[in-house]
Design a protein around this ligand. Structure first.
Ligand code: NAD
Length: 227
């Protein structure tokens, strides 16, 4: 069975009503990214950060997968599929994808601020100042912020190195180390890039650009692949 690896970014969830921040003047739902998505921002003002992610969690819980997430899930009928997502929503899982690696964490989980292996499933519940982990420290969102290590990178790189076909959907490829995953894709495996804007893919032998929004571009490509 051929292996397809999908690398998705915020653009795949845009048509489900979840805004990307690169398309909103560098603001994520009206907030400076460094205020709400960096370790310094958390240290400076944890209550602003908790409130921000409480809102994002509620919004994501109400969102539904769009045609792009559903098409990616359909690929499992014929291929071994691994989804590597930079998104913190769970729309790939809601669409039915069974192997999803979250590079930047997940909104519906909380974790200890002193022990990153202490992770709790909180579904759509809020986190507040004073909510503690089992070791007595403040709970924080299970999100990888700017300035932090990306623990899932090694696994994601190993999966990328086994891809027969690589799909890049709705990502600007400017956030590292995620963008560096393309370097692991075998040179003779085609890379399809689905994005309405032209993105910067390092020079390769076989990159195929589909300049469409995720829902249309992905469902058309998946249709071809399944037939
Ligand atoms: P990003 O750097 O991946 O950029 C978004 C990309 O999506 C852009 O290249 C844009 O051209 C493309 N795009 C916009 N609409 C699209 C559509 N309909 N179809 C296909 N592509 C489309 O992502 P970002 O917004 O800069 O966010 C960076 C990080 O912030 C993410 O990696 C994530 O950790 C977090 N974030 C997550 C979510 C989410 O979970 N839904 C939303 C916003 C931000």
């Amino acid at each position: 069975m051929k292996k397809i690896v999908v690398l998705s970014g915020a653009g795949i969830s845009a048509e489900s009503g979840l805004a990307t921040f690169r398309d909103s003047g560098g603001l994520w739902e009206g907030h400076d990214v460094m205020e709400v998505a960096s370790i310094e921002g958390w240290r400076r003002n944890p209550s602003v950060v908790l409130d921000f992610y409480n809102k994002r969690r509620k919004q994501a819980a109400q969102a539904q997968p769009n045609e792009a997430h559903l098409a990616v899930a359909r690929l499992e009928k014929k291929f071994d599929v691994v989804v590597i997502t930079q998104n913190v929503d769970n729309l790939h899982e809601k669409a039915g994808s069974t192997k999803v690696i979250h590079l930047h964490g997940e909104l519906n989980k909380a974790r200890s601020s002193i022990d990153e292996s202490l992770i709790y499933d909180i579904k759509d519940r809020e986190i507040h100042i004073g909510d503690k982990c089992g070791k007595g420290s403040q709970l924080r969102p299970h999100i990888v912020w700017f300035g932090e290590m990306v623990p899932m990178m090694e696994i994601a790189a190993a999966e990328s190195a086994e891809a027969d076909i690589y799909l890049v959907i709705g990502t600007s490829l400017v956030v590292y180390p995620a963008a560096g995953l393309l370097d692991y894709v075998p040179v003779d495996s085609p890379i399809y890039v689905i994005n309405p804007e032209r993105t910067q893919v390092p020079a390769r032998r076989d990159v195929r650009y589909i300049t469409e929004k995720a829902a249309k571009g992905t469902s058309e490509l998946v249709e071809q692949m399944l037939n």
